[in-house]
Design a protein around this ligand. Structure first.
Ligand code: SIN
Ligand code: CO
Length: 388
């Protein structure tokens, strides 16, 4: 029998993926007890005022709670003056600011890292909400502080009727099938398209572990960027075997089909398509959150080998690998990495979410050079180990 997971309320990851993921909601009581107390409402307020943070302050008018107002970051102290009774503060990518929170992604080891978007936190006083709505992504809503009542309704899509004239995409109607209050540590999985409405029962913090999938338009864009940089593709094509043309204004069907074939021939190249996909999948969601570090050299790392440091992915960066055709290759923050064969197995473990020790096992010039490069680009980070 496959292993059951506490975070899924005692069902296995296999069962979750077949029955729930992208299909139906799942409520799990006390699924993530570690999240309780990680942040307090004041921490979220403070974070929202950081000039680099992506945040939104959503207010409902006292006289007409159906009238909404949204102020996007940068948020200033003045934005929090003269507050109505009902409001919500949303702060994106809090996992880039709290390492302990970033570690909680590991509660979901059955979904690959490239699908992760960010952890958003919402802070609201009693009665606060962001309205009845649906999202296009998978989300695990985890209650961190206080209580929130969640109602779930029908499945929605692009055709679903929205309220006109509001700065938020609000649903005109929601048929409630589920109505539960979440307490700290409780989790609710909401699949893409499912309407939901979360209202704070008291002063509360809710974390959204959000996942992303690329769309075809962005993949085409990435493909275009990649193909347009290829020197060998810049040479004009050879002409077709020509017969005398009868209308100079026309591109004939024959010519169009020849040009289409040339394009499609390039699109048949899996290596090139993979490259474009990997560059896109490794794009960071919040590049401004990637810290700028002091330059480190291989000499500094050599000295640090015995000081008990750990190596970990920098939470705001994206490090991915592919094993296509049994060849291990790495990408980070939208670009392919050039990594020595010696370092590849270690970097694979880091990309898989392991913290690895910076010790004599890494004493190799190629490895130290790779490490310095990755640290200087904030793709990985150094952490003092627990014993220090
Ligand atoms: C919230 O936490 O209030 C909003 C999260 C969501 O609806 O996706
Ligand atoms: Co939502």
């Amino acid at each position: 029998m496959s292993q059951t997971l506490d975070v899924l309320g005692g069902i296995s990851a296999e069962q979750f993926l077949t029955e729930y993921w992208q299909k139906k909601p799942l409520l799990v009581r006390n699924a993530v007890p570690e999240i309780v107390g990680l942040l307090e409402p004041n921490d979220v307020m403070e974070l929202a005022l950081d000039e680099n943070v992506t945040a939104r302050l959503i207010k409902q008018k006292d006289r007409d709670p159906n009238q909404w107002n949204v102020k996007s970051s940068p948020l200033l102290k003045a934005d929090f003056q003269k507050m109505p009774k009902l409001w919500t503060l949303l702060v994106q990518a809090v996992d880039h600011y709290s390492f302990d929170l970033a570690e909680l992604w590991k509660k979901f080891p059955f979904i690959p890292q490239w699908r992760r978007e960010d952890i958003m936190v919402s802070y609201a006083p009693q009665g606060g909400s962001v309205g009845k709505h649906f999202d296009f992504y998978d989300v695990f809503l985890v209650q961190g502080y206080g209580h929130r009542r969640w109602q779930l309704g029908q499945m929605c899509d692009e055709q679903t009727a929205l309220v006109a004239g509001q700065p938020l995409k609000l649903l005109q109607e929601m048929e409630v099938h589920f109505d539960e209050v979440l307490a700290p540590g409780d989790l609710l999985y909401v699949p893409p398209g499912l309407s939901h409405y979360g209202v704070a029962e008291d002063e509360c913090l809710t974390y959204s572990f959000g996942f992303r999938m690329p769309n075809i338009s962005d993949m085409m864009d990435s493909l275009g960027d990649y193909f347009s940089e290829q020197e060998q593709l810049k040479k004009p094509l050879l002409d077709i075997t020509r017969s005398v043309c009868t209308a100079v204004g026309e591109i004939s069907d024959h010519e169009l089909s020849y040009l289409r074939e040339q394009l499609l021939a390039q699109l048949q190249n899996p290596e090139m398509l993979n490259e474009a996909i990997m560059c896109l999948a490794s794009q960071p969601g919040y590049p401004n959150n990637i810290p700028e570090n002091d330059e480190i050299g291989t000499g500094d790392l050599e000295e640090a080998l015995e000081e008990g440091y750990l190596l970990n992915i920098e939470p705001a960066s994206r490090l991915l690998y592919s094993n296509f055709n049994d060849e291990l290759n790495f990408w980070a923050n939208g670009e392919r990495l050039c990594i020595s064969e010696e370092f590849k197995p270690h970097l694979k473990r880091i990309a898989d979410g392991e913290m690895i020790a910076l010790d004599e096992n890494l004493y190799d010039q190629h490895i130290l050079e790779d490490l310095a490069e990755l640290l200087n680009n904030s793709i990985i980070m150094l952490l003092p180990s627990e014993e220090n």
